[in-house]
Design a protein around this ligand. Structure first.
Ligand code: HEC
Length: 154
C-alpha cells in the first residue's frame, strides 16, 4: 500500500472512531453493557495506536504490541460470546442480522483477532513502519466492515 492511501485510511478510521465514541450509550445493563464496555476498551486502544502512527504522540512499539494484544483478547470468541441469541435489550445497537448471519459475524470477529495479533507481532519485532501502518489499516477496516452490517444506529 502506498503512503497516501495509508494516510487516508488512518484519518478515516480515526475520525470514524471518535464519532463512534461520542455515540456511546449509558443506561445499558447485563451483556449489552459488557459488550459496549469491551468495544469501548477496544476503541481506546485503537485510538492510541492511531495517534502514534499519525505522530501526534511518540511512537512506542511496545505499547502498540500491548494494544494489539488487548484488542485481540476482546476479539474472536471473547467478542461473539457477548452476543447471546436475541440479546437486543435497549439501548443496544446490535442488529438482529447477527443471528441470521452468525457465520459472517463470527468470521469478522476472528478477522479482528488475527489482524490485531499481526499488528502486535509486527510492532514487537520492529517491522518497518509501512507494514505496521498497513496492518493497522487492515485491523481498523474490520471494525467498519462489521459495524456497517451488524450495527444499527438508533
Ligand atoms: C464482529 C463485529 C464487530 C467488530 C469486528 C467490531 N465491532 Fe464494534 N460493535 C459491534 C456491534 C454489533 C456493536 C453494537 C453493540 C450493542 O450496542 O449492543 C458495536 C459497538 C461498538 C462501539 C459502541 C459501544 C457503546 O458504548 O455503545 C464501539 C466504540 C465499537 N463498537 C468500536 C469498535 C472498534 C474500534 C472495532 C475494531 C477495532 C470494533 N468495534 C470491531 C460489532 C463489531
Amino acid at each position: 500500500m502506498n503512503r497516501k492511501l495509508i494516510g487516508a485510511l488512518l484519518s478515516v478510521s480515526v475520525c470514524f472512531l471518535s464519532l463512534v465514541t461520542a455515540w456511546a450509550h449509558s443506561g445499558a445493563m447485563g451483556v449489552v453493557k459488557e459488550r459496549m464496555d469491551a468495544m469501548t476498551e477496544i476503541s481506546r486502544n485503537v485510538k492510541t495506536v492511531g495517534r502514534m502512527l499519525k505522530e501526534e504522540i511518540p511512537y512506542d512499539g511496545e505499547a502498540i504490541a500491548n494494544a494489539g494484544e488487548v484488542i485481540a483478547d476482546h476479539a474472536g470468541e471473547a467478542m461473539t460470546r457477548l452476543f447471546p441469541k436475541g440479546s437486543l435489550q435497549s439501548p443496544t445497537e446490535a442488529s438482529p442480522a447477527i443471528w441470521t448471519d452468525w457465520k459472517d459475524f463470527s468470521q469478522l470477529a476472528e478477522r479482528l483477532k488475527a489482524s490485531a495479533l499481526k499488528l502486535g507481532d509486527g510492532a514487537r519485532t520492529d517491522a518497518d513502519r509501512n507494514s505496521i501502518m498497513s496492518d493497522f489499516a487492515e485491523m481498523a477496516g474490520t471494525c467498519k466492515s462489521c459495524h456497517e452490517v451488524f450495527r444499527v444506529k438508533k
